[in-house]
Design a protein around this ligand. Structure first.
Ligand code: PMP
Length: 398
């Protein structure tokens, strides 16, 4: 059909990649049965999950599961309505208050996904008369939100504060507001934003600073509030955006801020208004996970022990990785075919990681994106490391 002609090149690239005889499509892997935060049956085999964003391993936490089940029993399976209509329950409001309290902020808004949190905040808060400076490696949801805002947008080079500063200087005489957008930890290579420096130049130029802490909530900072807390610059961050789908083990998104006017977005933000609100069980398990995140800092300690272990092991094997130890550990391979062969080898050895191919990667390389969890046992970490050691030779030139 002619309407699909535009996908021909994509279809051809996929055919070529899969010709090598892979038995599982790496971009469409089916988890036959998920057994725990760190194990599933994939292709009939018990497999260690080393490619999720389940940083604190809370998806099977008994308190979270029980809270979700109880909420479904008492409030039903779904809200069947928008926050603006029938979809605001007392639990949505309670979670917003708990998020605001946790971050020490005045206001919080909950969205149905993290993707929608970026879409909803950026498209509504920023207008066509404003100007955006965003880190080139920002997530697709940030790019999409920015596009919907209609603002003129400039990308600065990833984590290059001098490039950001140069562009801020150039914008000095613009009318409208200037907004700087960065992430706490970047999802592909696991590197952190140099947030103290970014905050300093952003504030020196009177611009607003928005930080997406999707991968850093529960992971960084003394109390798990993320990169801004770790860098000691929370006061300079105007809006924090994040998700429930990683360390909190559910689905949903949020924005917190000290501006009470943030509440006005409830009447203007289309991705907030024109979609159903999160189901009661999602809100219930997220509230429980947020409590656990605060009460069990040892989870964060275990997460970082596992991160250190995998990063140092893969570094020792000579893989090219992101620049620093992080729960996201991503060997970069120059050739997609090698990445696919190694991905398949790992899966046959009982280890699942994420295969990420260009153009979704920051440079032209392919990534075997691993992410560790506080839920990985020492034995599982050993098995992941052993599988990489045994398959190292498949990664030519890496
Ligand atoms: N922001 C970042 C930085 C992300 O990595 C992601 C998801 N990978 C999102 C937002 C979207 O979050 P969600 O999957 O919860 O919609």
């Amino acid at each position: 059909m002619a309407i699909f002609d535009k996908f021909e090149q994509l279809a051809e690239e996929r055919r070529r990649l899969l010709e090598g005889g892979v038995s599982v499509d790496p971009l469409d892997t089916v988890m036959g049965r998920v057994l725990s935060p760190t194990e599933a049956i994939v292709e009939g085999r018990r497999t260690i999950l080393a490619g999720t964003n389940n940083y604190l391993g809370l998806t099977f936490d008994p308190d979270c599961v029980e809270a979700a089940a109880e909420a479904a029993r008492w409030e039903g399976t779904g809200t069947t309505g928008s926050r603006m209509a029938n979809g605001t329950y007392s639990s949505h409001a309670a979670l917003e208050q708990e998020l605001a309290d946790f971050f020490g902020r005045k206001t919080a808004i909950v969205f149905s996904t993290g993707y929608q949190a970026n879409l909803g905040i950026l498209s509504s808060l920023i207008g066509p008369d404003d100007t955006i400076l965003l880190d080139a490696d920002c997530h697709a949801s940030i790019y999409d939100g920015v596009r919907l805002s209609g603002a003129e947008t400039f990308r600065f080079r990833h984590n290059r504060v001098e490039d950001l500063e140069r562009r801020l200087r150039r914008l000095r005489d613009r009318s409208g507001e200037v907004v700087v957008l960065v992430e706490g930890i970047y999802s592909m290579l696991g590197d952190r934003a140099p947030l103290a420096e970014i905050a300093e130049v952003t504030k020196a130029h009177g611009a607003y600073l928005i930080v997406d802490e999707a991968h850093s909530l529960g992971v960084l900072g003394e109390t798990g509030r993320g990169r801004a807390e770790e860098a000691g610059v929370e006061a300079a961050v105007d809006f924090v955006i994040g998700t429930f789908s990683k360390s909190l083990g559910a689905i949903g998104g949020y924005c917190v801020s000290d501006y009470p006017e943030l509440d006005l977005l409830r009447y203007t933000s289309r991705p907030y208004i024109f979609t159903a609100s999160p189901s009661p069980s999602i809100i219930a398990s997220t509230r429980e996970a947020l409590r656990i995140l605060q009460e069990r800092p040892e989870l964060r300690v275990r997460l970082w022990e596992n991160a250190e272990r995998l990063y140092r092991h893969l570094e020792g094997l000579g893989f090219r990785l992101g620049p620093e130890v992080s729960p996201v550990v991503a060997p970069r391979l120059p050739r997609a075919e090698d990445a696919l062969a190694l991905w398949q080898g790992l899966l046959e050895a009982g280890v699942y990681v994420n295969l990420v191919l260009p153009p979704a990667t920051p440079d032209d390389s392919s990534l075997l994106r691993c992410s560790v969890s506080a839920g990985h046992t020492p034995e599982q970490m050993e098995a992941i490391c052993t599988a990489f050691s045994e398959l190292r030779d498949l990664a030519h030139g890496a």
